[in-house]
Design a protein around this ligand. Structure first.
Ligand SMILES: NC(=O)c1ccc[n+]([C@@H]2O[C@H](COP(=O)([O-])OP(=O)(O)OC[C@H]3O[C@@H](n4cnc5c(N)ncnc54)[C@H](OP(=O)(O)O)[C@@H]3O)[C@@H](O)[C@H]2O)c1
Length: 293
């Protein structure tokens, strides 16, 4: 039996799709405020919802009870009502403790690339959970994905192809291994029972590292249309990391700053060891453009 925490999230749902397709019982952690359509999607594919509250250790132990594996991709980022300390740090630490107490054998944790961030709240939380998990007594896998195409090449972060405008963090010359969210979900599902993934930290990127300006050129070639580029200076981001009004703002600025500095991840060896085919950015963009985004 597997428990997925963060099951209602974008990545969590993609992981649940893969785990239910393999058979076996999959529980998805939900809460009363979870989006009903996300819970309905999970139920439709056979995930059993289990309610738990990160602030109530007993509810976490109940959720973990009888499970051999926990996979977690919970995060407060993008949810202004949530706190990074409460979800990404304390919530995960409580979930790791509950899983260990309930005899869970393996814990797969979705963190992010080692090159991202340093002393912003989200990075401190991610690294604290990684360290604690490694000493939990359970078998562990830390997945450290690079920048998701779906998040960073999307209108919410200023990359708006439909409007002909794109925002780039920094000068756009440092290569990034953009990764498709579905590829990260493939790794998470594989990590559940892979010997390769046991007690391993896996940096995960897409199949090639492309500088944001190269991505823009590719988009222009695919759409046949020039794009207006807005640059956000790295110096502004450095300032926001220090002086942002909230932990979420400071953490988001740290992610943008690390993007400005680039994040190339060599992937050939890792993809081959897991037998996974990674999505090239061009194919992902073509799919997105066909879908009218
Ligand atoms: N986006 C990127 O580029 C990127 C890159 C590398 C790593 N990652 C990591 O990938 C993971 C998944 O990201 P995502 O975009 O799929 O996230 P998401 O869609 O925002 O999902 C977040 C999940 O966390 C849950 N959650 C939030 N607050 C909670 C609380 N107080 N109690 C219980 N659950 C709570 C949400 O549940 P509700 O639905 O109930 O709110 C949801 O299931 C994150 O750990 C993120 O750091 C992302």
């Amino acid at each position: 039996m597997i428990l997925v925490a963060g099951a209602t999230g974008e990545l969590g749902r993609a992981i649940c799709h893969r785990l239910t397709q393999r058979g076996g019982t999959v529980y998805g952690m939900v809460r009363p405020t979870s989006a009903p359509e996300a819970v309905a999607e999970l139920e439709a594919i056979g995930v059993r919802p289990v309610e738990a509250d990160l602030a109530e250790p007993e509810s976490l132990r109940e959720a973990c009870s009888g499970c051999d594996t926990v996979v977690s991709g919970m995060t407060a980022m993008g949810r202004p009502a949530e706190s990074i300390d409460a979800v990404d740090r304390d919530g995960h630490l409580a979930l790791v403790a509950a899983a260990a107490e309930e005899g869970v054998e393996r814990f797969v944790y979705v963190s992010y690339s080692g090159a991202i961030g340093k002393d912003d709240p989200l990075t401190l939380a991610k690294r604290a959970v990684e360290r604690t998990l490694k000493h939990s007594g359970m078998s562990w896998t830390v997945l450290r994905p690079s920048y998701f195409m779906e998040s960073w090449l999307a209108p919410a972060l200023g990359f708006d192809l439909a409007a002909g405008r794109v925002r780039i963090y920094g000068d756009g010359r440092a290569p990034i291994s953009w990764v498709a969210r579905d590829d990260v979900a493939d790794f998470a599902a594989a990590a559940v029972d892979s010997e390769e993934a046991r007690n391993a930290t896996l940096e995960i990127g897409g199949p090639e590292a492309l500088a944001p300006l190269e991505v823009v050129a590719l988009c222009a070639a695919l759409t046949g249309r020039e794009l207006a580029i807005e640059h956000v200076a790295a110096a502004d981001l450095e300032d926001r990391v220090k002086r942002g009004a909230s932990p979420q703002e400071r953490s988001l600025a740290a992610l943008m700053l690390a993007y400005a500095r680039g994040n190339a991840v060599p992937m050939e060896d890792v993809a081959e060891r897991f037998g996974l085919e990674l999505t090239p950015l061009r194919a992902w963009l073509e799919r997105r453009l066909r879908a009218g985004a």
